[in-house]
Design a binder for this molecule. Structure first.
Ligand SMILES: [Zn+2]
Length: 156
């Protein structure tokens, strides 16, 4: 059993050890074409036009997934990525925090967005992300309002 596991580890290693096994992936030959970073923030809202529970003032713990295209650089992320990376996750984190999360976290969303449904929040997030880019690398934004409900935007 152990030797079987060891053998499968060896096979996995062969796929990724370029020097030892002669696999050389040049820039542009990478098979991974997007990366995703997940963010969390807390915020309050009130949907006064909605006939249901959400017309009361209440809060959510939002989860936000930001997926970016490997081939397009964001302005502030445009320096060459570290070897083997599409984009440094730390830089993507800083960019999204500065331009989006800091505007929403622990806020009353109605002060920033009219009728702040998950769908309208995504419109705001995509707009804010793209405002700071010459050519936007955004390919997908998914926003969870609860563990079981999310809205999603995808680049066409
Ligand atoms: Zn709500």
């Amino acid at each position: 059993m152990y030797s079987k596991i060891k053998k499968s580890i060896q096979i996995v290693k062969q796929c990724f050890c370029k020097d030892k096994y002669g696999i050389t992936l040049e820039e542009g030959e990478r098979i991974v074409n997007t990366i995703t970073k997940i963010f969390k923030f807390e915020a309050a809202h009130q949907l006064s036009e909605y006939d249901g529970k959400c017309n009361q003032l209440h809060g959510h713990s939002y989860k936000l997934e930001i997926e970016i295209d490997a081939d397009i650089k964001i302005n502030s992320l445009s320096e060459k990525a570290p070897k083997g990376m599409i984009c440094d996750f730390a830089k993507l984190k800083k960019y999204v925090k500065e331009n989006i999360i800091n505007k929403l976290d622990h806020s009353y969303l109605n002060d920033t967005i009219d009728n702040p449904t998950a769908e309208n929040l995504i419109d705001f997030i995509v707009y804010e992300f793209n405002t700071h880019c010459i050519q936007s690398p955004l390919v997908r934004v998914r926003l969870y309002e609860t563990d079981t409900c999310y809205a999603e935007w995808r680049k066409e």
